[in-house]
Design a binder for this molecule. Structure first.
Ligand SMILES: Nc1ncnc2c1ncn2[C@@H]1O[C@H](COP(=O)(O)OP(=O)(O)OP(=O)(O)O)[C@@H](O)[C@H]1O
Length: 309
């Protein structure tokens, strides 16, 4: 389904060499409308460099950034008119109302009407407080105002760099709810770079992982999850023998094992365990955290530390 859609952004054989060092090495990536993609990688992997090339702050050594079918190198202004960026702490005039801030930022683009301002205010759920001063807003509201600001010129591609730094899980969830609705209703493709795996896990549909300048993995967030079960049965050795004999991949976990098995196979497996007089203590779906997945993908590579400021 996704493949039939035209990508909003494509990175094609994108490479960047600085001095003798290949910082970005032949990166290929397509981002589609309505999709929220997380961009992860250990410190120094090349995330910032990639984003700088995507927004035209740095030119590639070779390869191309294509926005809505056009090369950024060929048509810089047209390309960038499709992009919205939210940085960690959006610059706002604290002693002006949220609304006046939007009017101010709206003047920087062509064609931002009063109706469009009202629309983005609505999209981020700020109707009630938009005429109050920004200094009275909570962090979550400021982030949402930042989102409204980035949307004013109807970008097709939204880049969020460490978007919710400082928000608590409830705040992240709320931000995500608005973001998802906007991605769907406006057909925006969202690209989120963050050091916080938990944040990415809450916000994204899929993740792209970069290491040493290379894209090492791209996966749907919920894929591959359905078929892992945690099974605890005693004696453990006998249980393990049975799983192995049945051809399952077995991984020790706590007092039992994680096995790779389809849900439909579970009832008969329980019967087999019982038939061998094994005592069954637990059978539950096992969801690997994004942290587990990330460590597997990067071969135990260190997770980038959150910036502390
Ligand atoms: N102007 C430059 N000159 C030389 N090396 C650079 C330059 N910019 C970045 N690098 C190197 O390129 C690599 C990738 O850096 P980049 O900042 O893109 O990584 P990152 O994934 O954003 O890292 P972090 O998570 O630490 O922010 C690093 O090894 C960095 O030292």
């Amino acid at each position: 389904m996704e493949m039939e859609m035209k990508p909003v952004v494509e990175l094609k054989n994108l490479s960047k060499t600085i001095g003798k060092k290949k910082i970005i090495d032949d990166l290929n990536l397509a981002l589609y409308p309505g999709q929220i993609t997380g961009f992860l990688g250990p410190n120094g992997a090349g995330k910032t460099t990639t984003i700088r090339m995507m927004v035209g702050l740095m030119s590639p050594t070779s390869g191309d950034v294509i926005i809505e079918g056009k090369s950024l190198a060929d048509d810089f202004e047209e390309g960038l008119s499709k992009v919205g960026v939210i940085v960690e702490n959006p610059e706002m005039y604290k002693y002006m109302s949220g609304y006046k801030n939007l009017v101010h930022f709206g003047r920087m683009h062509k064609g931002v009407t009063k109706a469009r301002i009202d629309e983005v205010v609505d999209q981020v759920g700020m109707q009630k407080r938009i005429h109050e001063k920004v200094s009275t807003y909570s962090l979550g509201m400021r982030q949402r105002l930042g989102l409204a600001q980035a949307l004013l010129h109807r970008p097709k591609f939204l880049i969020l760099d460490e978007p919710t730094n400082g928000l608590d899980p409830a705040g992240i969830r709320e931000f995500r709810t608005y973001l998802r609705k906007i991605a769907e209703t406006e057909g925006v493709s969202v690209f989120v770079s963050s050091h916080m795996l938990s944040e990415i896990e809450l916000m994204c549909d899929r993740i792209a992982v970069i290491q040493n300048g290379k894209l090492i993995d791209i996966r749907e967030m919920s894929a591959e999850q359905e078929s892992h079960y945690y099974i605890e049965a005693l004696p453990a050795d006998a249980a393990k023998n049975l799983f192995v004999a049945e051809g399952f991949t077995v991984e020790p976990h706590k007092d039992g094992f994680i096995i790779n098995v389809e849900k439909t196979r579970i009832p008969s497996l329980i019967q087999q365990l019982s038939a061998q007089d094994l005592q069954l203590y637990a059978v539950e779906p096992h969801r690997k955290t994004l942290e587990d997945q990330f460590l597997e993908m990067t071969g135990g590579g260190q997770i980038a530390e959150a910036h502390t400021e």
